[in-house]
Design a protein around this ligand. Structure first.
Ligand code: SF4
Length: 268
């Protein structure tokens, strides 16, 4: 089965450890107000690629992965939308000895998420099936880059159009991951740049602290505005200023400190 790939980038340095080939999968069920890649949201479009095609590209950079501790990163859009494709791709990557990072907010799990909306699923059997799929897939993942958009259901809904359940479910699956987890959180002025949000984020991730290697507070920027114009859409945050980089960094340090204190309490 083929995947739909929006684009890919070689020699990526930010989406996981080392030098990475980053594949951005097409399609996303969220509508984050701050999305700077709105062109990846539509499920239609992108290039069709087989798992073999992806591996052929990734293999060219193996010497770089080896020297830098890198590998491949599957990002999006929302990669879990294409769960069936990833179920084919990930075991093949493992066989090639290529390290896998998955960059996700947890919204996926069906053959096609547009048919099976995880956060609207009500029957236990469907939820169980989706969770099983996710757990199987995560057992191949070396690094999880988990994007947490907001910390309460109502605010998450306002910011992304969906509730928090899939993100909570993904957090619960963290123990299944072989490697480490990076938590990522975009800080948006007027939405998430406050102490309460940061403390709630800390409380959400603290139980998984032993698996968390890094927390990144990413300052909201305005690079998406041009893409919205190109798509003939209005930037939903047109009036919102970019996030102050120093303030975002201060919150990142604040979170790191809280996690350190928690670790000392846990181990001391
Ligand atoms: S998760 Fe949000 S930011 Fe990422 S592609 Fe989807 S809508 Fe855009």
């Amino acid at each position: 089965m083929n995947g739909r790939i929006h684009s890919y980038e070689t020699m990526g340095l930010h989406d996981g450890p080392g030098i990475r080939t980053v594949f951005f999968l097409q399609g996303c069920p969220l509508k984050c107000l701050y999305c700077h890649n709105p062109d990846t949201q539509k499920f239609e479009g992108g290039m069709e690629m087989s798992a073999e095609d992806v591996i052929a590209i990734a293999k060219r950079y193996k010497p770089f992965y080896r020297r830098s501790g890198g590998g491949i990163t599957i990002s999006g859009g929302e990669p879990l939308l294409q769960m069936e494709f990833l179920k084919v791709l990930f075991p093949m990557l493992k066989k090639e000895g290529i390290s896998i990072a998955l960059d996700t907010s947890g919204y996926g799990g069906g053959k096609n998420f547009l048919d099976v909306e995880v956060n609207e699923v009500s029957t236990d059997s469907t939820t169980e099936r989706l969770t099983t799929n996710l757990g199987d897939l995560l057992s191949y993942v070396d690094h999880l880059l988990m994007d947490i958009k907001h910390v309460t259901d109502s605010e998450h809904l306002k910011l992304t159009g969906k509730n928090l359940d899939p993100a909570r479910r993904l957090l619960q699956e963290i123990p299944k991951i072989q490697g480490m987890v990076w938590i990522r959180h975009v800080m948006v002025p007027g939405y998430t740049d406050n102490n309460e949000s940061m403390k709630a984020l800390y409380q959400m991730i603290a139980p998984y602290q032993h698996k968390i290697e890094k927390v990144e507070i990413l300052p909201y920027h305005k690079m998406g505005t041009l893409k919205y114009q190109e798509l003939g859409r209005k930037d939903p945050l047109l009036e919102t200023p970019p996030m102050n980089i120093d303030k975002a960094r201060a919150y990142e340090l604040f979170l790191e400190k809280l996690l350190e204190m928690n670790e000392e309490r846990r181990t001391g």
